[in-house]
Design a binder for this molecule. Structure first.
Ligand code: ADP
Length: 468
């Protein structure tokens, strides 16, 4: 138990460690890809801007510049005359609304970028924006600052005597295409053109999918290896427990007839017994019965260990299955049957099956003796036989202690005894049902169990039929 827990803890810790390392690596790869993405588009768009101005002789903002120039010439006069601060602020906002609108209608640069990206074979689903960082109107010698972007102002080095900390570059998903300063007679404007990609994450995901896939695969492989190892360890532990139980049960099973035989032998040695013929006969019968039982036990163990190495050898004969079942049940009854009430119900007229009579007898006997053995009251057993889809079905139902759901899954396993089975109240080696299953399978059939704990169990054997 301790070893298993240590393996479990160690395994889970290593998996957690592995996943953390992988997450750390993937995070690094993702950030790198993100940077590479920004850099690639930054270089490409700057290349596009240079190309545009060299080939077309324009920076793509001509229309806006023209409109803003005309507007500035008119508005600068009005602005210069306003003395009231709040009215001035309202006017400035109005000016900026106009400037921004004029710039947002400029499409030359964005269209050129789109064409350029397409030509380069890269993604072109970007959003284009022109942002004004500073706008001044010029009234002869006087400059009126209409607007200055807070972020842009913060990027300027402090003036002498000014105490301002460097704010650092705000990280953003925007990619800078160009920064420009436009000077004309009536205005002065510093602007920047930026692009961003709404599907950037999915592009990066596509690019990193190979490394992501590899990481996920390696984690999966480690988890699977761990689970298989852990499962093997549990299985090994279960088998070793079963073997220990088997040895205990076997010792107990063999000891009982042996001690009876020893006591009987001692009895026969006694002088006063020698004249009592009836007692001698009774003791000899007891020795004989116990020897047969001992022999059966040893044979079953030997046979099972032989099956492990060689194939099941069946000596099949076509038999009338109803007759055979009736014979087995009747001889079971006459052999004791512990006062069990056994009823037989057959619907097998004319049905024959190819079976090995010896093995089939053992199979039915095992089911009947279990039905008697695992009973806490007077056993009432129903034996049924009928056909279904050209198959022979045999049901043995008892009113015994029943088997719980978990045990039902394992009762046909070698050495398995249900939790109640290991109590020496019910003797056994955990081999009877294993034997039944092996025999049924060797005949091309199967066995199953259904049970109601406390009420009884039904074992169903299905064998290939041979109806004529
Ligand atoms: P054994 O009887 O030697 O223990 P078996 O392989 O015949 O081994 O049975 C395996 C286990 O299945 C038993 O330990 C018992 O707990 C359970 N079992 C088998 N038959 C019955 C039955 N008719 N009713 C209740 N429990 C049963």
């Amino acid at each position: 138990m301790k070893k298993r827990n240590t393996v479990l803890i160690l395994g889970i810790s290593s998996i957690v460690l592995l996943i953390s390392v992988q997450v750390f690596i993937i995070k690094g790869v993702w950030e790198q890809k993100d940077e590479m993405f920004n850099l690639r588009y930054r270089l490409l768009s700057q290349d596009a801007v240079t190309n545009m101005s060299l080939r077309l002789g324009t920076d793509g903002l001509d229309t806006s510049k023209f409109i803003i120039e005309g507007y500035s010439a008119q508005v600068v006069k009005d602005l210069a005359e306003i003395k009231n601060d709040s009215a001035l602020a309202v006017k400035k906002t109005e000016v900026m609304t106009f400037v921004n609108k004029a710039l947002s209608q400029e499409e030359d640069l964005s269209a050129y970028l789109s064409k350029y990206f397409e030509w380069q074979g890269v993604d072109k689903n970007f959003n284009f924006r022109i942002r004004v960082n500073r706008f001044e109107l010029i009234d002869f010698e006087k400059r009126i600052v209409v607007y200055e972007n807070e972020d842009f102002a913060a990027r300027r080095p402090p003036q002498p005597g000014e105490n301002r900390q460097y704010r650092g570059i705000r990280s953003s998903n925007e990619i800078l295409v160009k920064r420009d300063r436009i000077e004309s007679n009536y205005y002065n404007m510093i602007l920047e053109c930026v692009i961003d990609f709404s599907d950037k994450q999915s592009i990066i995901l596509r690019e990193t999918s190979a490394s992501l896939g590899m990481s996920a695969l390696s984690i999966l492989v480690v988890v699977i290896i761990f689970m298989v190892t852990y499962w093997n360890l549990r299985e090994e532990k279960r088998l070793s427990n079963l073997k220990t139980d088997f040895i205990n049960n076997m010792t107990h099973e063999l000891k009982t007839p042996l001690s009876t035989i020893t006591v009987a032998g001692k009895t026969l040695e006694m002088v006063q017994i020698r004249t009592n013929e009836a007692k001698i006969l009774e003791t000899a019968k007891m020795i004989g019965k116990q020897s047969v039982h001992l022999n059966q036990l040893i044979n079953m163990i030997l046979e099972i260990s032989m099956w492990e190495r060689t194939q099941f050898q069946l000596d099949k004969k076509t038999v009338n299955i109803e007759e055979l079942m009736n014979d087995v049940v009747e001889s079971f009854k006459s052999g004791g049957g512990n006062n069990a009430t056994i009823t037989q119900k057959y619907n097998l007229e004319g049905v024959s099956a190819d079976v090995d009579v010896v093995y089939f007898t053992t199979l039915l006997n095992n089911l009947l003796s279990n039905a008697v053995k695992y009973s806490d009251k007077v056993p009432v057993i129903d034996v049924e036989g009928f056909t279904e889809d050209n198959k022979v079905c045999i049901k043995v139902t008892d009113n015994g202690i029943g088997i719980n759901k978990t045990d039902q899954k394992h009762v046909f396993d070698k050495f398995y005894r249900a939790s109640t089975g290991n109590i020496h109240k019910f003797k056994g080696l955990g081999l009877g049902l294993y034997y039944v299953k092996k025999i049924a399978e060797a005949h091309g059939g199967d066995v199953s169990v259904s049970s109601n704990p406390g009420k009884g169990s039904t074992f169903t054997i299905i064998l290939p039929g041979n109806s004529k």
